[in-house]
Write a protein that binds this ligand. Sequence first.
Ligand code: HEC
Ligand code: HEC
Ligand code: HEC
Ligand code: HEC
Ligand code: HEC
Ligand code: HEC
Ligand code: HEC
Length: 411
Amino acid sequence: MHRRSVIIVLILTASIFILCKCSGGARHDATIITDNNGEVFAGYTACAGCHKDVYEQHLRSAHFSSSAFSSADNIKGSFDAGANSFVYTRHAAIEMQKRDSSFYQVAFEDGRETKARRFDITIGSGNKGQTYLYWMENRLFQLPISYFTPASQWSNSPGFPNRIVFNRPITSRCLECHATFAKVTSPQGKEPEEFDRMQTVLTISCEKCHGPGAEHIKFQQAHPTDTVGQEIIKPGLFSRQQQLDLCASCHGGRLRKTQPSFSYQSGAKLTDHFILDTANGNAADIDVHGNQYGLLSASECFKQSDMTCGSCHSPHGNEKNNLKEFSRKCMTCHSESHDNFCTLAGKVKADLTGNCIDCHMPKQPSRAIAVFLQGADAAAAIRMRTHYIKVYPEETAKAVVSLGNLMKEKK
Ligand code: HEC
Ligand code: HEC
Ligand code: HEC
Ligand code: HEC
Ligand code: HEC
Ligand code: HEC
Ligand code: HEC
């Protein structure tokens, strides 16, 4: 995959240039972006022509929206007067302002403007919330104000003190989970890190999971009658552990890196790059935010079958809130005919098949992601699906209230 020639480089330069123009996602011009092994990225729009269905599904996924250059299209919070400020105290506030064609967080101390920093990068689809970053030369910093979707409000950024803070640096690790690639230019271990701004690939794109695609495209274009994909990573052929490692590289909680960021590539062994966050197998110590792998692997379903994330999730689509479809996935393993169906089923008359999820994977508050809303004394937490699948008697009690109603309706 390392062979390159001048002509190809020229063609790629031209096509990347054209793609960047129409994708609107990238602000670099004719730059060729390569990963740390020198492999060339093509950009996700380059996949659309030959993989239309997967491409269209992917555009609807949370992965696709996990990072972007900030714009009116992706910033969820309001810039309208009355809804565009966050007040810390009588003396300190931040106002979200649109100036020319950009958006800014503007600090006011005792009514006087003291600082203004631009929204450069949006992190988060906004399903739960968003955080925003700004560039200062070749460094990235987090803006003080985030957006908290459950309350539809601007909030203090997670973990920030109750005062104006503009100097929290963003590490490559943050982008490694929320973007496809960023080139770190500062020496390993030096903080705050510096980046090559022209070599940043935002969104979790096809090439995060399938590897840089320029060589693949070159091959398929040169061999239009070939029906086998070449020069591309095929997760469909991975072992169970390789598949799990790919998802766990971002959904495995607080992994501690033992190699530079962006050196793990899909298909590699995760433990060659990170020390895993297993909380010694004690699911109660694992936060529901960000560590679906740790929680799932503590579950009997996982331990006693060859389950992967793909047993329930498509890597490309957006299946959010389709609890009936997820319940159907449970029933591929749990059924009357396998004699391992829900043991509650024999005890109640109600039909349990429509929603196994609320009883066995309830939403729980995250301890890691909690934010302070304006004027609040206690932090508001997001609620997430636990992936520790088991019997939760208290959740059943809640569900039975509604099931009880269901049973009455039946009569
Ligand atoms: C010129 C057409 C073309 C372009 C552009 C293209 N591909 Fe492909 N790709 C193919 C063909 C043909 C195959 C083999 C048939 C198949 O598996 O769909 C293939 C196969 C694949 C496979 C293997 C599927 C499997 O598991 O067997 C993956 C993954 C893939 N492409 C990803 C990508 C990505 C990512 C991009 C964009 C960076 C891309 N392709 C761009 C033509 C293309
Ligand atoms: C590069 C890091 C990364 C990898 C690799 C990754 N994810 Fe994600 N995933 C994320 C991030 C970040 C989000 C949250 C995006 C957002 O909402 O902003 C997410 C969100 C999700 C969601 C929630 C979707 C929703 O609508 O709420 C599911 C499900 C998911 N990922 C499954 C997977 C599976 C399965 C794999 C392995 C095939 C995988 N992810 C690989 C980073 C990753
Ligand atoms: C979060 C990781 C992830 C992302 C992002 C991703 N894929 Fe995949 N892709 C996978 C996995 C995992 C499989 C194997 C699924 C399986 O075994 O059923 C796969 C399978 C495929 C296949 C072969 C099977 C099929 O469904 O046709 C193609 C082609 C493909 N991906 C192309 C793409 C393209 C094009 C994009 C971007 C538009 C993309 N993928 C984005 C993880 C990903
Ligand atoms: C180990 C990988 C990882 C790292 C590092 C990481 N995140 Fe995340 N983040 C995730 C995953 C996975 C999700 C979505 C699923 C979840 O919360 O469990 C997420 C969710 C989010 C969301 C909410 C998105 C939404 O709307 O649902 C925001 C905002 C966010 N992260 C910001 C950040 C910022 C800013 C950093 C760096 C300072 C960061 N994250 C570091 C993996 C990571
Ligand atoms: C790939 C197969 C598979 C899938 C999919 C699956 N399970 Fe399981 N599950 C198992 C196996 C195997 C066990 C352990 C033996 C048994 O109880 O049948 C188990 C155990 C359980 C248990 C008992 C847990 C305990 O601690 O004793 C519950 C509850 C459960 N599963 C619910 C679910 C729900 C709900 C879903 C869907 C969200 C699901 N399972 C999906 C295979 C699976
Ligand atoms: C047994 C089925 C099952 C398996 C296996 C599974 N999930 Fe899920 N996952 C679900 C269900 C059900 C939801 C809730 C969907 C909803 O509420 O819309 C979910 C939600 C999520 C979310 C969004 C969480 C939230 O509350 O917003 C993420 C992220 C996620 N899964 C990642 C993963 C990863 C990574 C793996 C593999 C380590 C995995 N899942 C394995 C069933 C499963
Ligand atoms: C109203 C809540 C509720 C719903 C809905 C529900 N369950 Fe259960 N489930 C329970 C409770 C409570 C138990 C323990 C019952 C007992 O044996 O006393 C249980 C037991 C189980 C067990 C056996 C656990 C063990 O210890 O071996 C499995 C497997 C299971 N459920 C799977 C499912 C599946 C699959 C679905 C969806 C088709 C489902 N459940 C729907 C509440 C529920």
